[in-house]
Write a protein that binds this ligand. Structure first.
Ligand code: 2AM
Length: 173
């Protein structure tokens, strides 16, 4: 199973991200746009791992309070364009705690430094990101999820395997 841990986004933030994707499309940028239901912030990428329950048990140890986030510009890593995130310290703290719990449970994950972003498009056919207007939206993060990533006929399919809520015990599905 290919697993990762992610913050799901509110409908309002997803709508804002779709608005940005629409602006990119309007500027003639072609590529693999992230589908609305797949928009998320990765906190930790685990990759192939067989025991989802062990991961959920480890994540159960994460304690955090709700925090706010908003969108902040765009950037790129090679052939991947993303929307930036403005967050109070909560997001970095949450990613650090998630990673600490995984490490303590000996669950492998990608140790690359956490760089908060939301992937909007992969393999764009342009080099330079056009000017876009970033909608001023905000949301409160109240939880995060363990996600299963599978390759579908029309792109990746992400399925939530369980969630951990702020200030509460884990809610299993
Ligand atoms: P992203 O966060 O930049 O969009 C599932 O593959 C998710 O985990 C994707 O959102 C992906 O990229 C993220 N991810 C983070 N590190 C990864 C890695 N080393 N390999 C594949 N996906 C990774």
């Amino acid at each position: 199973m290919r697993l990762f841990v992610a913050v799901d986004l509110s409908g309002e933030v997803k709508a804002a991200l779709e608005d940005i994707q629409g602006q990119l499309k309007g500027s003639g940028v072609h590529g693999r746009y992230t589908a609305r239901e797949n928009l998320h912030i990765t906190l930790a990428f685990i990759g192939e791992y067989g025991d989802a329950q062990a991961v959920l048990d480890a994540l159960e140890g994460v304690r955090f309070e709700p925090f706010g986030l908003g969108l902040d510009g765009m950037g790129s890593f090679g052939g991947l364009w993303w929307a930036g995130i403005r967050a109070d310290g909560g997001l970095k703290g949450l990613a650090a705690q998630v990673r600490r719990q995984l490490a303590m449970a000996n669950i492998p994950f990608d140790r690359k430094k956490f760089s908060p972003h939301i992937t909007l498009i992969r393999d764009p056919d342009k080099q330079v990101i056009p000017q876009v207007k970033i909608p001023d939206v905000k949301m409160t993060v109240e939880g995060f999820s363990l996600m299963l990533s599978e390759r579908g006929k029309r792109g990746m399919i992400y399925t939530e395997l369980g969630t951990v809520s702020a200030g509460k015990e884990e809610e299993r599905i």
